[in-house]
Write a protein that binds this ligand. Sequence first.
Ligand code: ASP
Length: 243
Amino acid sequence: AGAVACVSRIRYPVRAARAVMERSGHVLFVAAGAEAFAEAAGLEMVAPDYFSTEARREQLRCALAANATLLDHDGAAMTARATQTGVRPDAQSGAQTGTTPLDENRKFGTVGAVALDAQGNLAAATSTGGLTNKLAGRVGDTPLIGAGNYADNRTAAVSCTGTGEMFMRTVAAYDVCARMAYGGQSLEAAAHELVMTSLPMIGGSGGLIAVDAKGNICLPFNSEGMYRGFARVGEALQTAIYR
Ligand code: ASP
């Protein structure tokens, strides 16, 4: 396992996480130390404003005005509503009715990936900008191994997205693997119990993507939608946003 947090200059943070895993003997680096480690590992560095876009600044302005802390997709929706002047393409396509939590044109949220290879190795990676309008120094679930991300060849690879504090409190990604290892649950049962029962019980919103050692895939979420997709060798790519 490897992770970095509180970084603003590493072009590809997941590569830095991998470098931590493979080259450091440690698991988690933060802030200046994480950036120095990534730079020394030869990874591409950028100025912090590389990650600053007008869409993101607009989301932050909306969040500040509403005095709210937002998930990436909430922020996109709020910005979309605030700037909406007509009918959006997703509304025209009839993807859903009512409000739009996931605006296709402005979605830049957390990205996760899980994989099972031909040798039976499971891997998970998750990258995020965190919550919009979070307090300085706040670390979410994403870089915390076991909370937002976990993989174990004996059970499953899990990558989470959602209200990070709740995923930390439930040790979400590890909870799925623990239910499988200790309780003998299937990936499907374990992931659904976490996402549909444990997280909602404490107000947790979001979902996860997971694959187990047998290649079973599970992508549950308790929010209105979650951008997701999966592929198996020799089969067509499947993608979805809403239920
Ligand atoms: N889980 C992330 C966090 O709390 C946010 C997200 O998944 O959108 O930082």
